[in-house]
Design a protein around this ligand. Structure first.
Ligand code: NAP
Length: 262
């Protein structure tokens, strides 16, 4: 018996086996979900198809979330191929590399718009497009990071985008509540992925995190996958509009000290 038996889950944002979306996909598969996967560009299809095969998923659709047409098309296809959707995961973010280094005040107008469009608005657009085919009790979730509430040097416009994403999560939770559909965010600690590689100083941040988080360890995509199973399952039925931290406790720290006992 899996926690997600009988549920259909769509995952947006799988790029490769290091993606957080892959940790989530594997955990959903383990728990018995029927899966659909969406990826961004043609060049990533090559990487995504073999991964999809590993989890017996033959529903693999391209969707660049900057395109309303592609979002509409993927929702239409899902409506045709599945008997309603129970879980939708948004694991997508983008900001130009030049925006993720140096002072935040250097953020360009175009860079700001692009980060907001791909990393925030796309969650709203996906929620709207899929609304007609979401089953009662469905669960939507997105991925965020602590740089939304506190300054994480270099994270810059992405921190501002994550703040907007978390706020969007609350507004969507309010809108979807009457349909008994839940909307939550998972705030993950740093994980070495393709997207993370573009953030200035990421390696130092990653190391620092393991030294000062209460549990003295980094988190993995598998940890995030397990939390996503909880949010996707009926175990979290009355939880909506929340930001769930999967971060070895890092966010509770006020004063940060490297402990000699660790
Ligand atoms: P990732 O593997 O690089 O995933 C990012 C995904 O966003 C990729 O699949 C990427 O597709 C997709 N994407 C970018 N532009 C897109 C577009 N226009 N349309 C559709 N998809 C697009 O990195 P990740 O770290 O797993 O990131 C997943 C989520 O977790 C992001 O929201 C990220 O901010 C969040 N997060 C990451 C960390 C971390 O430390 N890694 C921590 C907390 C939260 P392409 O690569 O094909 O463009």
């Amino acid at each position: 018996m899996g926690l997600l038996d009988g549920k259909t889950a769509l995952i947006f944002g799988l790029a490769n086996e290091r993606s957080i979306a892959w940790g989530i996909t594997q955990a959903f598969h383990r728990e018995g979900a029927k899966l659909g996967i969406s990826y961004a560009g043609e060049i990533f299809k090559r990487r995504v198809l073999p991964l999809a095969e590993k989890v017996n998923c033959n529903w693999v659709e391209e969707c660049d979330v900057t395109s309303d047409e592609q979002i509409t098309a993927v929702a239409k296809k899902a409506g045709k191929d599945f008997k309603g959707i129970d879980v939708l995961v948004h694991s997508i973010a983008f900001a130009g590399r030049e925006e993720l280094d140096g002072p935040y005040y250097n953020t360009s107008r175009e860079g700001f718009k692009q980060a907001m469009d791909i990393s925030v608005y796309s969650f709203v657009a996906l929620a709207r497009a899929f609304q007609p085919i979401l089953n009662p009790g469905a669960s939507l979730m997105c991925l965020t990071y602590y740089g939304s509430v506190k300054v994480a040097p270099h994270y810059n416009v992405m921190g501002v985008a994550k703040a907007a994403l978390e706020s969007s999560t609350r507004y969507l939770a309010y809108d979807f509540g009457p349909q008994k559909i839940r909307v939550n965010a998972i705030s993950a600690g740093p994980i070495r992925t393709l997207a993370a590689a573009g953030i200035g100083g990421f390696r130092d941040m990653y190391k620092h995190f393991a030294e000062i988080s209460p549990m003295r360890e980094n988190v993995t995509s598998d940890d995030v996958g397990n939390a996503a199973v909880f949010l996707a399952s009926d175990l979290s039925t009355r939880i909506t509009g929340e930001v769930l931290y999967i971060d070895s406790g890092f966010n509770i720290m006020g004063v940060q000290m490297v402990s000699s006992e660790s």
